[in-house]
Write a protein that binds this ligand. Structure first.
Ligand code: ZN
Ligand code: ZN
Length: 342
């Protein structure tokens, strides 16, 4: 079969690999839709694992089921996740499933940017959701990224009525804009460097958007009854964005870090401005767990999210290098979808 082999952001090659052989409890999925995620472009994070087949936003059809597989059969249309938690360890039992050692160890084989993927037994048990008839493969491939967003909103204690500021309105930020809007945020605002992405944010539910260096706190106040944002969601890892997030959060509010800092440098905090008398919470989210996938699928199935309009490019596997280029340049690309069967 053909696979998209990642060497670096600018070097993703189409190579041949045997179709994986499945064992007892495992299934083989023929991949129909596989989205490029912003994290696929984090070269510094991937550098010591290359060459590797990336891709973790995956939907397809079960074409083989091993002995003893329960609950799924050949012909089922499914969305599958790469990492799954054990649901039994200290971290899982305290609601932090995405920090579980099992989640860090598990993966499907060889990845999402190829024609067929093998799911180990634990992935079959915990990392597969069946797609209802009305949900397409490309919508199904967005169960994982939407799952990350519903998890983030839950950990940040999102409630209807809050004013939400999303910093960085690429594919993940736009999902935050759209999901927060659909779930009843009072006002949603977006900040980015790209006019195209800001325009997209307005389409997906932001009432107003600001360019990153644009006096954001003052403009927020002017459009939000004198207040800053109750919830600031950071989908960009630039140190300047992290510093700006502190200036944009209202008393009693929360800053949610949904992206890593570029590199791992220390970041300084205006400690008293944030914590003394102001009760500001800084928190983080990582990935998604089985319950998040179910919640994401329910939202997608409701038809209220504007996922179709988020997909700007649909490319065959042979064009995966171009897909990475488009996603990296981010000039007119939001979500780039790879369709491995063409
Ligand atoms: Zn992702
Ligand atoms: Zn666990």
């Amino acid at each position: 079969m053909r696979v998209g082999m990642y060497y670096s952001n600018k070097d993703v090659r189409v190579e041949q690999k045997p179709v994986p052989k499945i064992g007892p409890g495992e299934v083989l999925v023929k991949i129909h839709a596989s989205g490029i995620c912003g994290s696929d472009l984090m070269e510094w994070y991937r550098a010591n694992r290359v060459p590797v087949v990336l891709g973790h936003e995956v939907a397809g059809e079960i074409v083989e089921a091993g002995e003893g597989v329960e609950g799924f059969k050949v012909g089922d249309r499914v969305s599958v996740t790469h990492h799954v938690p054990c649901l039994n360890c200290h971290y899982c039992r305290t609601g932090h499933e995405t920090t579980c050692d099992t989640l860090r160890r598990t993966n499907f084989d060889p990845g999402g940017f190829c024609e067929f993927v093998r799911l180990p037994a634990i992935n079959v048990q915990l990392g597969v959701v069946r797609l209802p008839d009305g949900v397409s493969y490309e919508e199904g491939s967005m169960v994982e990224p939407v799952g990350c967003v519903v998890r983030g909103l839950r950990l940040a204690r999102f409630r209807p009525g809050l004013t939400v500021l999303v910093m960085g309105t690429g594919a993940s930020g736009l999902l935050y804009v759209n999901v927060a809007f659909v779930l009843g945020a009072g006002r949603v605002f977006g900040v980015d460097l790209s006019p195209m992405r800001l325009e997209a944010a307005r389409t997906f539910g932001a009432i107003s958007t600001f360019e990153a260096e644009d006096g954001v706190p003052a403009r927020l106040r002017s459009m939000n009854e004198g207040r800053l944002a109750d919830l600031v969601i950071l989908c960009a890892g630039a140190p300047e964005a992290i510093a700006q997030s502190h200036r944009c959060v209202e008393r009693g509010g929360t800053v949610l870090f949904s992206a890593p800092c570029n590199g791992n440098q220390p970041v300084s905090l205006p400690f008293n401005d944030l914590f003394w008398r102001n009760e500001i919470t800084l928190t983080s989210t990582y990935g998604s767990a089985p319950a998040d996938s179910n919640e994401a699928l329910a939202l997608i199935r409701s038809g209220r999210l504007h996922l179709k309009n988020m997909i700007t490019h649909r490319l065959g596997l042979g064009e995966i290098g171009k897909g990475f280029r488009l996603a990296l340049e981010a000039r007119d690309a939001l979500k780039v979808m790879i369709e491995p069967q063409r």
